[in-house]
Design a protein around this ligand. Structure first.
Ligand SMILES: Nc1nc2c(c(=O)[nH]1)N=C([C@H](O)[C@H](O)COP(=O)(O)OP(=O)(O)OP(=O)(O)O)CN2
Ligand SMILES: [Zn+2]
Length: 149
């Protein structure tokens, strides 16, 4: 059976701050992120099935990523949970879409978070193959299932 990889791109806007970082990114600032999600599986062979010839309908992949990641993060502000309490309270009062994470919101840590979220909801017949997160047009991080032991 031939294995095929499918990739879908997603663009979302998000602000963050890298707490304690020794550069300007310690300040709250935003990015237009591009997330590439790649799955792997075998195309369905069933002439009578509407998804005949597909590993997974691109539309279904879109729905999964939207519900699992984008609805939560798009146009949000990601800050580490131990951010100054007064600042958090003020932002909440201003109705900001504030998300507090147990991790420093770097590309690397966001990918680890996304991988865990997606693995919980992936249909059984496909596997999450890799993720690529572009933070700027020059910088990206990648996660590959094959890199995990
Ligand atoms: N390994 C990582 N390094 C940095 C991350 C990260 O997630 N992982 N993030 C940042 C900042 O969020 C920053 O906004 C992006 O940094 P940088 O690529 O330096 O952005 P610039 O706009 O300055 O890039 P130029 O291409 O030079 O304009 C920092 N580091
Ligand atoms: Zn940044």
């Amino acid at each position: 059976m031939s294995k095929i990889r499918l990739t879908r791109l997603f663009i979302f806007e998000m602000a963050h701050a890298l707490q304690g970082y020794d550069g300007p990114c310690r300040h709250i600032h935003g990015h237009s992120y591009t997330l590439e999600v790649t799955i792997i599986g075998t195309p369905l062979i069933d002439e009578n099935h509407p998804k005949n010839g597909m590993v997974l309908d691109f539309g279904d992949l879109k729905k999964i990523v939207k519900e699992t990641i984008l609805e939560d993060l798009d146009h949000g502000l990601l800050l580490q949970a131990d951010t100054d309490k007064d600042l958090v309270e003020t932002l909440r009062k201003l109705h900001h879409k504030l998300l507090l994470t147990p991790y420093q919101p770097t590309c690397e840590n966001m990918l680890i978070d996304f991988k865990s979220r997606l693995r919980k909801v992936m249909p059984e017949h496909v596997m999450l193959h890799s993720l690529k997160l572009w933070e700027t047009q020059n910088s990206f991080a990648e996660w590959y299932a094959s890199d995990e032991g």
